[in-house]
Design a protein around this ligand. Structure first.
Ligand code: ASP
Length: 594
């Protein structure tokens, strides 16, 4: 699908046409095209074919062979569009039927030999591509991905504005927010010894906008978290951040659904169906994860009832679950042993495999401990057909489901680039995700998340069972973002802080300004943030978010092109009142692998 609309692509300035736009119907036109020399081939004694590239594509120009043309030079070529001889038509190129003849070539800028061939991007080490990112950006892949990203942003903006949301920018120089991530600190020159913090999200700022009467806010916001980098995480990332007042969870889900569906349609032509909602508990039971990939089946099956009373000891557990792998009944023993090892590595006590057979029901090393009646019940529950493989794990519910959820992904998950786009909402997350070393509960989302109305009374008595009014958006097995209805009542907030071990003084010093604002009339409100880097990566079919970011950092946090981070000069440090106590990381480690 083309990402550049013809109406906006009007050639101007030095060019009268774009390279990739020329077709047979343009024959006879004299045009000027501008771009980079993609490659050059000799053509007889005096002529050469010069392929000129701009972001729309490539046009073959027949030029005077005497000229000294080199790859990546910037050229303006004026020539006449003409049909190629029939046997020279290139069906692989949008301009493959034509070429530019009688060309006059103007060298706009010379170019040294590039450090890597743009045609050989996939074989080029990523560190080299990042070091010369401006060259990498010229490749089709990066052009496509970043233009797709721009289209996603503009579709999201359209959808939010249509729904009455107002775009408001919140500060980058800010103060800590309690969302759990390590923050970047910026020293204040004017107030020595004091620091700003780069926002890990506009969370508090947007809640204050609600107090301020902007009842539908959105922002395409940059967020910064000083956490270890991974394929799906950078220090800085972008979110579609929203907050709305006088609405509940259903409305927030609807606002966000509308935006992500519009963006998906804008760049893929695929309009996903209305987004289904599943509770956290249902997702765990059916998929063994809170970010289910709905593009494929292999759902978890509860066998606890089916195997009740079975002799086999391992099945005498609180939870017995299985997945059935279609057509895997012939897998060799070595492969099955590897699955058992994988399950153990994931934390299971063991894994029972069973081959569904036409004659003797189930073939398994443990079949002799399981009566035929129980075997039949297992086959019925899993709907296993002869030739299928049934994998069973037993133990406590949550770890059992999670092990099988991971095996389901290992064995069945399609490639990132495989359509369709299957979104889903996960709701009713637990309010607390566990207990820390000091015995305090840990918030699963953030401390302003409203407990589920039916569970508020368990806050003090059975807190780990309290569900929250928080929700995640998931796409094809990736978590795209989270949100929640916020606590706007001081009494509930006090109880949640208490459960989290946040004292009144603590609360006052960390986010007193938010609590203070709430004393002046806080509307009921809630919001959400969609991680755009991940969303765009999925829409572009990329499994690494660096492929959809213009200037990403490497795993060690370095920008290989600019050399950041770098030591400051002594003068700059003195001005900030900062003395560096340990030597800066060596240059060598800054440029280590991507
Ligand atoms: N601030 C949250 C986050 O960054 C999103 C939200 O609750 O709106 O994950």
């Amino acid at each position: 699908m083309s990402l550049t609309s013809d109406e906006t692509l009007v050639p101007a300035g030095l060019r009268t046409a774009y390279c990739g736009s020329l077709r047979a119907a343009d024959s006879g036109r004299t045009v000027s095209v501008c771009g980079w020399l993609a490659r050059r081939r000799e053509h007889g004694e005096h002529l050469a074919f010069a392929d000129l590239r701009d972001h729309t594509g490539i046009i073959q120009c027949v030029v005077d062979g005497a000229r000294d043309l080199r790859a990546e030079q910037v050229l303006r070529v004026t020539g006449t569009v003409r049909l190629r001889p029939e046997d020279k038509v290139n069906p692989g190129l949008s301009t493959g039927e034509v070429e530019l003849g009688d060309c006059e070539v103007e060298l706009l800028s010379s170019a040294e030999a590039p450090p890597f061939s743009l045609d050989a991007r996939s074989e080029t080490d990523e560190a080299v591509r990042l070091r010369y990112r401006y060259l990498d950006l010229r490749t089709d892949r990066m052009q496509h991905n970043l233009r797709l990203r721009a289209q996603v942003n503009s579709a999201l903006r359209r959808a939010m504005e249509r729904q009455g949301f107002v775009e408001i920018e919140t500060p980058l120089l800010w103060t800590p927010t309690p969302e759990g991530a390590r923050e970047f600190a910026i020293p204040s020159r004017l107030q020595r010894g004091s620091f700003y913090v780069l926002p890990q999200s506009p969370q508090i700022a947007k809640q204050l906008l609600m107090v301020g009467g902007f009842d539908r806010y959105y922002q395409i916001a940059r967020c910064m978290r000083d956490e270890d980098l991974r394929a799906d995480r950078q220090f800085e990332f972008t979110q579609l951040d929203i907050e709305a007042s006088f609405v509940g969870q259903a409305e927030i889900l609807e606002f966000v659904s509308e935006a992500v569906i519009e963006a998906t349609f804008a760049v893929s032509g695929e309009r996903p169906p209305a987004i289904a909602t599943m509770t956290w508990n249902q997702a765990l039971d059916r998929f063994g994860t809170d970010k289910p990939d709905l593009r494929f089946g292999m759902e978890l099956v509860d066998l606890t009832e089916s195997v009740a009373g079975a002799e086999f000891n391992a099945f005498k557990a609180p939870c017995v679950r299985a997945i059935s792998v279609s057509g895997a009944g012939e897998w060799p023993r070595s492969r099955l042993d590897a699955l058992v090892a994988r399950a153990q590595q994931l934390g299971a006590a063991g894994l029972v495999w069973m081959r569904a057979r036409a004659e003797d029901v189930l073939e398994s090393p443990v079949a002799k401990f399981i009566s035929e009646a129980h075997q039949r019940r297992i086959v019925d529950a899993t709907s296993a057909e002869p030739g299928d493989l049934v994998l069973v794990v037993a133990g406590e519910r949550e770890p059992t489901c999670k092990v099988l959820g991971q095996l389901r992904l290992d064995l069945g998950q399609p490639a990132v680039s495989q359509r369709p786009f299957r979104f889903c909402w996960i709701t009713e997350f637990p309010l607390f995700e566990g207990v820390d070393d000091e015995g305090h509960l840990v918030a699963a989302h953030h401390p302003f998340t409203m407990p589920h109305p039916d569970d508020i009374d368990m806050l003090e008595t059975d807190p780990l069972r309290v569900r929250s009014q928080s929700y995640d958006l998931v796409l094809n097995g990736w978590e795209l973002g989270s949100g929640s209805i916020r606590i706007h009542r001081a009494d509930v907030q006090r109880r949640v802080f208490k459960a989290l071990g946040i004292t009144d003084e603590d609360a006052e010093s960390r986010f007193g300004f938010l609590l203070g604002a709430f004393r002046y009339g806080a509307p009921p409100h809630g919001g959400f943030a969609v991680g755009l880097d991940r969303f765009v990566a999925l829409l572009a079919g990329e499994d690494n978010i660096r492929e959809v970011i213009a200037y990403p950092k490497t795993q060690s946090g370095a920008d290989l092109m600019s050399g950041a981070p770098k030591p400051l000069t002594d003068k700059a440090l003195a001005e900030l009142g900062i003395r560096v106590v340990s030597p800066p990381a060596s240059g060598a480690s800054r440029v280590s692998g991507a």
